[in-house]
Design a protein around this ligand. Structure first.
Ligand code: XUL
Ligand code: CO
Length: 436
């Protein structure tokens, strides 16, 4: 069996004083924090499309990465080699999960039936490698955006033939996910959106999208897939306007069509930035509806307005994210999937390890620090006190739905003028800094 990363042994935890770039400084998988192992809090996953299939290409130039697992001339042989390289990478890095699109792991055939056959063949191999290594599938999804047939969308396509094709493809990808014990199935609306409203029946496209998702829910039940269905918001790219704009938009859509209990959200940091939000905001909005499912952990660049999908290295962002995730009860079926790619100039296979190691250490610190902040309780205490007026008297009546405008008027007349008390933002920022 070929070895694809001969210069790397298993990446180990060596502690914060280590200068070994192929060791973890903070991520200590079996260390117990608040009754749960670090690896079980964080549930790290590798994104197959970037890490195994990425080329380093951009719109100004061809790929810069030469991967030895991409050498075979035959596409199915290439897919097999890539799968072996993938599991070698997962185990050497020490991640428990991976995520894929159907077309990442197996090439599309001339016909739909051939594409299904290719996928089935690779799924069999993947199942064996999963059981040999213990690596699990966090989520599967279908690529319904790369092939030219999806130029005008999948579940919102003006042509029912394409709508049907997407349904058939997703049906098969869901079956593959079930077969591999996947814990979630993701919908990212690749080209569900519009380029111009001049040619778009917005109302019909919304209806179509709801039907599309309902069919997925029905099929999930039919085949007994017990994982979580996830929707990944993103405001633009590739289309000018993507329907799953942000957490709030997606939750409103799901509520409108009675689908709120069927889906949770997969929040991606860089997509939050594109929507003009912080990562923390998107997570908070999802958590407030009990809909925080999973995370695509990456980061954008504040100076670039597109989806650069960089490895996350910002400790503040990781702390704020982990605070929301942990206070929402932590991950159940979800996890932290590194939907991140190397910069084009990071041309060595080894750079894949460096990218993941810094990302894993960043989130490990995020976990350690956020757990300390939560345990100390000072922030929570401040917030609880800020809203304490709602615990009794007229405030409690408001929350209980017992107040009305007349009662409010009576309350105002009987009381002094309200005066603001400090929100203490700078004090709280200083408090957070004291942990970092
Ligand atoms: C695209 C993106 C996707 C999804 C899966 O921006 O994030 O890779 O995560 O389709
Ligand atoms: Co993503």
């Amino acid at each position: 069996m070929a070895e694809y990363f001969p210069e790397v042994n298993k990446v180990k935890f060596e502690g914060r004083d280590s200068k070994n770039p192929l060791a973890f400084k903070f991520y200590d998988p079996d260390a117990v924090i608040n009754g749960r192992k670090m690896k079980d809090h964080l549930r790290f996953a590798v994104a197959y499309w970037h890490t195994l299939k990425g080329t380093g290409g951009d719109m100004f130039g061809a790929g810069t990465w030469k991967r030895s697992w991409e050498n075979a001339a035959d596409p199915m042989q290439r897919a097999e080699d890539t799968l072996h390289a993938a599991f070698e990478f997962f185990t050497k890095l020490g991640v428990d999960y991976y995520c894929f699109h159907d077309r990442d792991i197996a090439p599309e055939g001339q016909k739909f039936s051939e594409s299904c056959k290719n996928l089935d063949y690779i799924v069999k191999l993947a199942k064996k490698l999963q059981s040999d290594t213990g690596v699990k599938l966090l989520w599967g999804t279908a690529n319904c955006f790369s092939n030219p047939r999806y130029a005008h969308g999948a579940g919102t396509n003006p042509d029912p033939k394409v709508f049907a094709y997407a349904c058939a493809q997703i049906k098969h990808a869901m079956e593959a996910t079930l077969e591999l014990g996947g814990e979630n199935y993701v919908f990212w609306g690749g080209r569900e959106g519009y380029e111009t409203l001049l040619n778009t029946n917005y109302a019909l496209e919304q209806e179509l999208f709801a039907r599309f998702l309902q069919m997925a829910v029905d099929y999930k039940r039919e085949i007994g897939f017990e994982g979580t269905l996830l929707i990944e918001p993103k405001p633009q790219e590739p289309t000018k306007h993507q329907y799953d704009f942000d957490s709030a938009t997606v939750l409103g859509f799901l509520r409108q069509y009675g689908l709120l209990n069927e889906f949770k959200l997969n929040i991606e940091a860089n997509h939050a930035t594109l929507a003009g939000h912080t990562f923390q905001h998107e997570l908070t909005v999802a958590a407030a509806s009990g809909s925080l499912g999973s995370v695509d952990a990456n980061t954008g660049d504040m100076l670039l307005g597109w989806d650069t999908d960089q490895f996350p290295t910002n400790i503040y962002d990781a702390v704020y994210a982990m605070m929301v995730i942990q206070q929402a009860g932590g991950f159940t079926t979800g996890g932290l999937n590194f939907d991140a790619k190397l910069r084009r100039g990071s041309v060595d296979d080894l750079d894949l390890f460096y990218g993941h190691i810094v990302a894993m250490d960043t989130f490990a610190r995020g976990l350690i620090i956020s757990e300390q902040i939560i345990k100390d309780g000072l922030l929570d205490e401040f917030v609880a006190k800020r809203y304490s007026g709602y615990n009794s008297g007229f405030g409690a009546d408001i929350v209980a739905g017992k107040a009305d405008f007349k009662a409010a008027e009576g309350f105002v007349l009987a009381n002094e003028e309200p005066v603001p008390s400090s929100g203490r933002q700078e004090y709280l920022e200083n408090l957070i800094n004291s942990y970092i």
